[in-house]
Each structure stands twice: as structure tokens, then as C-alpha cells.
Design a protein around this ligand. Structure first.
Ligand code: PMP
Length: 301
């Protein structure tokens, strides 16, 4: 695959910018970006992805996200048709072309175009897509009030089936859990693993705070190792909060002083209620707020 841009006129950035999509060497916009209906990413969810934030024109933790993308691909026998360095430089170019300062970048690698059978050998080359757009998950006030969360009946996939460490295009269990939450009128859901331990949100990692100690499930328990999770552990540790990566049960969250989710899109957001139990004082707690303001300072630094 060549990274050479084909001649395509990109509308000039207007104020907040314009979404830009790069597909296998072609520059497109929202109207012209197309994939084949024979792409196994569409037919079978056979592929991997990443989601990355841009704050004030700077890409946050690009290297870590690309490392996870390449690891996800490796875990499903998908070889990325490009060196990380080259992908990083096309990503920066896509961002530059978009003119979006507060952007969200989505990388997708699909198995590519094959036939209607499962056999990935029919897919001659993987497809690589970069989307630069914007994203906003929660209104600002939610960061004050915290989220009303319920536990979903749908568990995360078993780690020896499709490892949750792989950020794959198969998000159905997480989507079903999300729908359970929507149907119940909740803001978000907590997902358990197949043994009933606390795993993660539909698109976030989860933390509890009790007596000044912070705890969160370990990645080997079968959760996505969130980049934001890692940043929060770094920030908490340097701020003097002890952090334990340990198995949590719902009891630990019900009885926590505070609980919060972390993720690229949601950043750090408090949980005010879980399964009808009020957590702490029933709003975003002081440790959550402190970490959020440290996080804001870091991404804007
Ligand atoms: N868990 C799941 C299932 C997710 O989809 C995400 C979002 N990528 C996360 C956790 C949080 O990861 P990150 O902080 O890297 O966005």
C-alpha cells in the first residue's frame, strides 16, 4: 500500500474544521468515504480499531494507542500493512488537513475485501482507515453530578474467546449492555466478566475509591487496558493516592466512597449511583474531581 495522497479536494478548514477520512491512500470526506460490502470488517466484524483524542491540536498519547492497535492486530493474525511511524505521520497529516483542534481520531484496520465465506485467506490485503472528526460523550454537567449506572446482564466476552484486550470491531456484547442501560433509563452500564467480577463500562474502565485508596481491575482479569486508565494510575500515584490493581466485586463499588469511569471519549466521569445504591455522597466525589482536574491540566499542558 502506498501512502501517497490521491488528488482530491478537501474543503478548507472552517473555524472548528472539517472531518477528514483517509482510506488506503485516498483522502475523502464524509460524503465520499466508502468501503466495500465484501470487506470482512463489515461482514464479520473482522478487524481492530483505536480511538484517540486531540486537545488543542495535540494528539494525546498517540504512541500508546498505536502500540495497542498493532498488538490488537497481532492477536487476531492481522498484519498491519504499514510501519507505525508511517501511520503516525499520515495520522498527523489527516489531523492537519481537518483543521479540527479538539478532535477525535479513529483508526480502523479490517481484514479487507474477501468473499462471503469466513476464510480470511480470501482477503488479499487489510484495509486501513483513519477518520478525523469530533466526539462528545457527556454534557458538561454530568462531570459534576456523576452517572446513574446499572449492572448489565450481558458479561464481557470470556478472555479466552475473544480477549477484551483486543480492541476488535466486535462490540456487540458492549452494545447489548449499553442497550440494557438505555432501556432501563440509566446513563451507563457496568459489565461483569463471565465469573461475575467487575470488568468495565460499555466503553470505559472503572475505578473505586475507599478510604483514600484507589482500586481498579487488572488487565489480566480480561478487560481492555485503557490508555486513560494508565494515565489516571500515573496521575493518582504521583498525587500520592495508593492504587491497587485488584479483582473487584460489585460490593466494592456499592460500598465505595467514590467510583468513576475512565475512557478516551468520557475522560474521567463520576458514578453517583449503581444499581440503585447511592455511591458516597451521590455526586462526583473529591478524589474524582481532583484526578479530573489533574487530567485536564495534563492534556492541556
Ligand atoms: N473499555 C472498553 C470496552 C472501551 O471500549 C474503552 C474505550 N476505548 C475503554 C475501556 C477505555 O480505553 P481508553 O482509555 O484507551 O479509551
Amino acid at each position: 500500500m502506498t501512502a501517497t495522497p490521491k488528488t482530491k479536494t478537501i474543503p478548507p478548514a472552517q473555524g472548528v474544521g472539517t472531518p477528514v477520512i483517509w482510506i488506503d491512500g485516498q483522502w475523502c470526506d464524509r460524503g465520499t468515504a466508502m468501503v466495500s460490502v465484501y470487506d470482512h470488517g463489515l461482514l464479520y466484524g473482522d478487524g481492530v480499531f483505536e480511538g484517540i483524542r486531540v486537545y488543542g491540536g495535540k494528539i494525546f498519547r498517540l504512541e500508546e494507542h498505536l502500540d495497542r492497535l498493532y498488538d490488537s492486530a497481532k492477536a487476531i493474525w492481522l498484519s498491519v500493512p504499514m510501519e507505525k511511524k508511517e501511520l503516525a505521520s499520515i495520522t498527523r497529516e489527516a489531523l492537519r488537513r481537518s483543521g479540527i483542534a479538539e478532535a477525535y481520531i479513529r483508526h480502523l484496520i479490517t481484514r479487507g475485501v474477501g468473499d462471503l465465506g469466513l476464510d480470511p485467506r480470501k482477503c488479499l490485503k487489510p484495509s486501513l482507515i483513519i477518520i478525523v472528526d469530533t466526539i462528545k460523550l457527556w454534557p458538561e454537567q454530568v462531570y459534576e453530578t456523576g452517572l446513574n449506572v446499572i449492572t448489565a446482564g450481558t458479561p464481557i466476552p470470556h478472555r479466552e474467546s475473544l480477549s477484551p484486550r483486543v480492541k476488535s470491531l466486535n462490540y456487540l456484547p458492549h452494545i447489548m449492555a449499553k442497550v440494557e442501560g438505555i432501556n432501563a433509563g440509566a446513563d451507563e452500564v457496568l459489565m461483569l466478566d463471565s465469573a461475575g467480577a467487575v470488568a468495565e463500562g460499555s466503553g470505559q474502565n472503572v475505578f473505586a475509591v475507599k478510604n483514600g485508596r484507589i482500586s481498579t481491575p487488572p488487565p489480566h482479569a480480561g478487560i481492555l487496558k485503557g490508555v486513560t486508565r494508565g494515565v489516571v494510575i500515573e496521575l493518582a500515584t504521583s498525587a500520592g493516592y495508593p492504587v491497587d490493581q485488584t479483582v473487584l466485586n460489585r460490593y466494592d463499588l456499592y460500598t465505595a466512597d467514590e467510583a468513576f469511569f475512565t475512557g478516551t471519549a468520557s475522560e474521567i466521569v463520576g458514578i453517583r449511583q449503581l444499581d440503585g445504591r447511592v455511591i458516597g455522597t451521590g455526586q462526583s466525589g473529591p478524589v474524582t474531581r481532583d484526578l479530573r482536574s489533574r487530567f485536564q491540566a495534563l492534556v492541556r499542558s
